[in-house]
Structures are given as C-alpha cells and as structure tokens.
Design a protein around this ligand. Sequence first.
Ligand SMILES: [Zn+2]
Length: 88
Amino acid sequence: MWVLKKVPRPERGADGLILPLREVAGGGWHHVILDGKAEAVAYCPKCGKEGYLDEHEIDVDGVVTPSLICPHPPCDFHERVALQNYES
Ligand SMILES: [Zn+2]
C-alpha cells in the first residue's frame, strides 16, 4: 500500500477561489471543502497530478477504498493508498 504524505493546502486567491496546486511530485493529499463538505484531494504518486476522493471511502486510519486509479492518462497508477495523518 502507498502512503500519501499530507501536503499544504493551496492558498485562496483574491477572488476567494482556492488556487489550484496542480501537481505534487511523489504524491500527497490534503483536505478541501467541496460543495460545503470536507473531502480529500490526492496527488498521484506516479505523475503527481490531482484527483478528488469524493467517490471513495476513507477510514480513520486514512485507508482509501476502493483503490486509487489515476484519472490522468497515460498514467496507469492503480494501487491501494492510505492518507498519512488523516485525522490529525
Ligand atoms: Zn498519475
């Protein structure tokens, strides 16, 4: 299982929108508020690009179900992942 490290959330711009952090080399994750709900954004350990985890279950240990499939072809990352420090 891959463990994704917690990375800083992107800052809000002057217009109130969160500035996108498009890629994180080596992968990572952070919380985000999506439609008023706390969700998580993961960054692919292989290509570094982002994907929302709003269709996934995340347990108290940060283990993500089902496995993470990178949504950015031609990247073929498809592995079980866990979010480090998910509850802290
Ligand atoms: Zn990828």
